[in-house]
Design a protein around this ligand. Structure first.
Ligand SMILES: N[C@@H](CCC(=O)N[C@@H](CS)C(=O)NCC(=O)O)C(=O)O
Length: 214
């Protein structure tokens, strides 16, 4: 069987989600780093693989999949030894799906605040408000709960925690997860739930620190 290929950027949170999930379920990925995500994904060859011109893209034996959460669902459904990260039972699965859709929106709300900051600009006050609103929602979702969907860690926990990862740098941007006690306790639970999550998070912290020193 041909190796699974991940078109990747080392600092991309969606790519990191795919690397975490593959690592947890023990799937080897051949990593193809893309240098410039705004240029190199727009060649005719890459647009055939992903018309959306985004990474991650997973290539599995001629099948090309984009969207990190869809890739995570696929990898667990196809390759995991059991279904605990993404249950087959439809009543349990729908709870994971719901949180993953919430995460898609959450990630964009976080990016709308963080991207301007990384580019040395100011974030829009309305975007700061929306990001805080999502953190409050997440705090409510976690009220009295260990995990986001059901009684075990799932891909939804890894996806949402991953979307919040840049906040740990306390960038003084008016979006502060430390004000949400359920979120903070859950984040450390997710980080300690599997060594792979911790390893990939550590790599990311080091890379981002270097970027911010520049
Ligand atoms: N919803 C997508 C977002 C992917 C995404 O925005 N990737 C960025 C890198 S972090 C990218 O490739 N941007 C290039 C572009 O939009 O042209 C996912 O979860 O996979």
């Amino acid at each position: 069987m041909a190796p699974l290929v991940l078109y990747n950027h080392p600092l991309s949170p969606p790519c990191r989600l795919v690397r975490v999930i593959a690592g947890i379920i023990g799937v080897d990925l051949k990593i193809e780093d893309v240098n410039d995500v705004y240029k190199d994904l727009k060649t005719p060859e890459m647009l055939k693989k992903n018309p959306q011109h985004t990474v991650p893209i997973l290539e599995d034996n001629g099948l090309y999949i984009s969207e990190s959460r869809a890739i995570a669902m696929y990898l667990v459904s196809k390759y995991a030894k059991d279904d605990s990260l993404y249950p087959k039972d439809i009543n349990k699965r729908v709870l994971v799906d719901q949180r993953l859709f919430f995460d898609q929106d959450l990630y964009h709300r976080m990016s709308n605040v963080l991207m301007p900051i990384f580019q040395g600009k100011q974030a829009e006050p309305s975007n700061i408000e929306k990001a805080n609103d999502s953190l409050e929602t997440l705090n409510r979702m976690l009220d009295g709960k260990q995990w986001l969907a059901g009684d075990r860690v799932t891909i939804a926990d890894y996806a949402v925690a991953n979307s919040l990862s840049a906040l740990e740098f306390r960038l003084n941007i008016g979006v502060d997860a430390t004000k949400q006690p359920n979120v903070m306790q859950w984040l450390s639970r997710v980080e300690n739930s599997h060594a792979k999550y911790g390893d990939v998070a550590k790599e990311y912290r080091e890379a981002l620190k270097k970027l911010m020193q520049k």
